[in-house]
Structures are given as C-alpha cells and as structure tokens.
Design a protein around this ligand. Structure first.
Ligand code: CUA
Length: 238
C-alpha cells in the first residue's frame, strides 16, 4: 500500500508545477483559454491518477477464492483521518486555486479599460446593428486590432444574446436595459457574432461578420463611412 508520504511526494510537486503556468496576462480571451486549458489538464491528470489507482487496487485486492473476505490494514485514528483529509485538502486546494483564477478573470471581463472604444449594439428581430456614435451605422462590426472595444447593447423587441465565440464573450440584450461587454482583437481576421438566445423564427439567421483590421485601415474605413453618412444626411435634407 502506498504511504501517505509517497502520495504527498507526488501530489505536492504536481500542484506546484501547475502554479507558474497560471501567471499570465494577455487578452481576456487568451486568459480564458489558458484557464480552461488548466481545468482540462487537471481533469485529465486527476482522471488518469484515479483510474490507474482504481485499476491497481482492483487487481491487487481482488478475491483470490470465492470465500475470500479479505483483511484490511489496521489504521490508527490519526492515520485514518489523515488518509481522508489530506487528499481532500490537496484536491480542494486545486479547486479553490482554479476558482480564484476564475474570479479574477471575471473581474477582468467586468472591468473595461478606460481607453476602450464604445460601439452601440442593437439587437433586432433578426439582425444586429452597430452604431459608432458619429453617424456611422453598420450591420458588420469592424474593429481596430489592439484597441479594446466596449459594446453597449440593448434590444427594442425581445431578448437576444450577443455571442462572440472567438473572443469568449456573450451577453444578453434586453428591452429597456443596457448591458455591455468588452473584448480586444489581438490579430486581424474575420469572425462572426451570433445571437445565442432563441428570439423567434429567424433566430438562426441572426449573425454578423466581425472584422478586425489594422488601426490605419480602420481609420481610413471610418473616414470614408463618416463622409458617406454626411452625404446621406445632406441629400435627405435637400
Ligand atoms: Cu436574436 Cu436569437
């Protein structure tokens, strides 16, 4: 039977090896990926350790004849309590460690940087509208790479939910309320925002492109959009 000391000798360095891997900054979505990776790693390690332990005990302590009742080792009360509490403490420490990481990541998600660019999002049955606050309104979300973006969101009709899988964010939009989320694109590319709350017949058609472009390209695009928007207002005024 492996001693408690031997168990500790395996478990403690394992927990310590995992700790520095968590010291990580980066974008919220990269931190999210990192934390999720750690959760999966823990589940795999714990699953393998317990699986192998169970297999070993099944073999080692199997009944050798039909009337074999077996004999357990005699433990003192302290040993029995130790065997119950120490492994539990080790696993709980890991759980609390991951939970604490989750809470601090939640704080990151709920604290938009002060220099973030704001875009108003409206969820309609059944499309998204993005309002940049300068007359530019689009149905495609274009953002500059490296700039944090805050989305202030509402809905005039039913509850929708703005889901950006690429950036690991999702938030409901509700009539009469303004909800928000923030993200930052760390590289150029095109992804998609989907409605993740069933909102009626064309719910599944409710998605928009989300395009991250270099800042210079974004500003050039924005300038031409502003000009376009002005031209439209001028001509409608006659
Ligand atoms: Cu909007 Cu589902």
């Amino acid at each position: 039977m492996p001693s408690l000391r031997r168990l500790m000798a395996v478990a403690v360095p394992m927990a310590m090896a995992a700790a520095p891997a968590m010291a990580n900054g980066g974008t919220p979505h990269s931190q999210w990926d990192h934390l999720w990776g750690h959760v999966l790693l823990d589940l795999v390690v714990i699953g393998v350790v317990f699986g192998l332990g169970a297999l070993w005990m099944m073999f080692r302590y199997r009944a050798k004849s039909p009337d074999d009742v077996g004999t357990g080792p005699k433990l003192t009360k302290a040993q029995a309590i130790g065997w119950a509490l120490l492994p539990a403490a080790i696993f709980m420490a890991d759980d609390f460690f991951l939970a604490a990481k989750g809470w601090s990541l939640f704080t990151v998600y709920r604290s938009a940087p002060a220099d973030a660019m704001e875009i108003k999002v409206t969820g309609y049955q059944w499309y998204w509208e993005f309002d940049y606050g300068n007359g530019v309104v689009t149905q495609e979300l274009k953002v500059p790479v490296g700039k944090p973006v805050v989305l202030r969101m509402t809905s005039p009709d039913v509850i929708h939910s703005f889901g950006l899988a690429e950036y690991r964010v999702k938030e409901d939009l509700m009539p009469g309320r303004v909800s928000w989320l923030w993200f930052v694109a760390d590289k150029p590319g095109k992804t998609v925002a989907t409605c993740t709350m069933y909102c009626g017949l064309a719910h599944s058609k409710m998605y928009s492109d989300v395009v991250a472009v270099p800042a210079s390209e974004f500003h050039a695009w924005m300038e031409s959009k502003v000009r376009q928007a002005r031209a439209t207002t001028d001509s409608s005024r006659g």
